[in-house]
Ligand binder design. Sequence first.
Ligand code: ARG
Length: 460
Amino acid sequence: MPRFEERPHELFARINHSIAFDRRLAPYDMAQSRAHARALRALGVLSDEELARLDQGLERVADELDAGSFPFEEADEDIHMAIERRLTEIAGPVGGKLHTGRSRNDQVATDLAMYLRERCGVAVQLLADLMDVVLELAERHVDWPMPGYTHLQRAQPVYLGHHLLAYFWMFDRDARRFAVAREGAAVLPLGSGALAGVNWEIDRELVAGDLGFSAVAPNSVDAVSSRDSALDYLSAASVCAVHLSRLGGELVLWSSDEFGFCEPADDFSSGSSIMPQKKNPDAAELLRAKAPRIASGFSTLAGVLHGLPLAYSKDLQEDKEALFDAVDNLELSLEAARAMLAGTTFDRERLAEAAADEFPAATDIADLLVRKGMPFREAHGVVGGLVRQALESDRTLSQLTPEEIRRHSELLDDSYYQVLASGQWLESKVSAGGTASARVAVQLEAARAALARQRERSAT
Ligand code: ARG
């Protein structure tokens, strides 16, 4: 109700101002302004003395921002204008010279690119830390049999180490996506002006070098219109969040009494307020639920950009909240996933018990018949008959007698019982990437090498 009493200019400020959320671009805006001032000095727009005055002023602004004493004002529309206003208050009219050859359009695109480069680097780093924990867990549980599932039905057993390594490779791909996004963000928009370039032959290469960009944007219209790097980040973040969500989902299932495969870390679970026996895997549940929120950032920005005519439109201001929310939640999720996993304990016996079931060996019996010359489809039918007979007589496959099995196929002999000997059907998965111990050992080796590469990537 009171909103109707607001004056038009107040309402306009409410919809138009971005200062409430773009403050986090301040450090990049400051660094950018320093580099731009140096370029203006090189052009002769600023004298040495003016440059020094601007630098001192910017330093004070930075101190105020750090200390939380920066005097924000009602009229500050966004962080770029707030900083320039304050700089002019501190340094005098020379503050007004800083915006020579620069528009807020290339300025905000540059801040955002710097921010994204940093956040992509952080994501790669956090992923490497998480991969480290996954790898360590996989090594520690390398030979623990567990049931593997399809359709959430017990299908074929695998080693827990093998199952955990599946997540390692998902996170490895995620890290690569963030590394690619970071490369895309390393192209400097500054010097593009409002959209057409600026009236000064500013040394953009110099500015790029100063600010750690690897190239300058080749087209000024594209440079101020594009939010591709934000889309790239959000796309990588969405896929990564989906991976984390599947990890969270499995841990929720596995920690239930029904599965009993693992126990969540105490620090990442809670008790029920009314049922003292319960331990709720809250962190895993929230990992599971963060994915749609993070992915919605991508669709929000894609929606803002789609059909938007070139070059800058104020619509582009709507890129930030979706991006920042995704960044905050992704980084939190990655850290929580790492710490939560590190404290998760697995129940070897429960896993082994659930994997001991003989029926997953059905494929191995079929393959035994194939080796003896029977076409696979036919063998599949024979094994179906064996399984049915065992189930109906409440026995396991190995409890069927030699006479009984021979009635299903002449080809079945002693080797049938050998195949069913415990563990055979894990060690029989010898194809590259399979769960046989020798293959998992090869995989662990490859994972260690991949992690070392990620570490290198995050260091550069
Ligand atoms: N706050 C604006 C944004 O976030 C900065 C650019 C404003 N440019 C302009 N021409 N009004 O996009």
